[in-house]
Design a protein around this ligand. Sequence first.
Ligand SMILES: Nc1ncnc2c1ncn2[C@@H]1O[C@H](COP(=O)(O)OP(=O)(O)O)[C@@H](O)[C@H]1O
Ligand SMILES: [Mg+2]
Length: 247
Amino acid sequence: MALLEIKDLHACVGEKEILKGVNLCFEPGEVHAIMGPNGCGKSTLSAVIAGHPSFQITQGDILFKGQSILNQTPDVRANKGIFLAFQHPVELPGVGLAQFLKTALNAKRSFLGQAQMDGVQFMKHMNLRAKALGITPDMLKRPVNVGFSGGEKKRLETFQMAMLEPDFCILDEMDSGLDVDALKVVGQGLSVMREPNRSFMIITHHDDLLQYIQPDKVSIMRDGQIVTTGGVDLVHQVEEQGYDHFR
Ligand SMILES: Nc1ncnc2c1ncn2[C@@H]1O[C@H](COP(=O)(O)OP(=O)(O)O)[C@@H](O)[C@H]1O
Ligand SMILES: [Mg+2]
């Protein structure tokens, strides 16, 4: 069974239709890159999977582990294992990152009927992952995303994902604005997360991040629809020729 399946999905903001019949399938363990010109609906698709309330689904369905999630709130979807790393991470003034993650992690565990993590277990879980992603103790105490550089925010998103261990990871232009060193940290952080039951939807315009986490499939989106699906050679085709000849 597919981990996540999108069937003929149509979504609108107000009167405007943005997704116009998206079909996509993610097998367990699959890394699937999504590419497409600005404004074609990639971020909308991510937001709709995560359950963002701004968009109305007018047709189609999203199945996660075989069940429709359209009627579920974003927190339920997150607890079930869907994680969205934002293109533009939101700042949460007054909320310390470590505390935020402990609350989120324990909410997920209680949803899944697992025991709560105590302080010691949590610190161990956190320190290991923070170190791998170059997150300092000072960064862990600061409010979520407040005053961090673009590159630091992307590392923090990767760290949050590593902490929550989701089954379905959506990365919306995770590589934009990263310098070479940060790209390497994020890329390696992602590659160690690759597991047989975890799938990735990676929205990108370049090959850079995909060097670290090779996609099994690549799909091209245009004007609210998937127009082509193929192998990794599509990435190079886009890099060389742009999106124009994909219709
Ligand atoms: N909240 C919104 N209100 C109005 N239009 C929106 C909203 N969100 C997205 N759009 C429009 O939907 C289209 C797709 O946007 P988006 O999903 O962000 O594209 P992409 O991520 O592929 O660049 C754009 O034309 C954008 O202006
Ligand atoms: Mg976008």
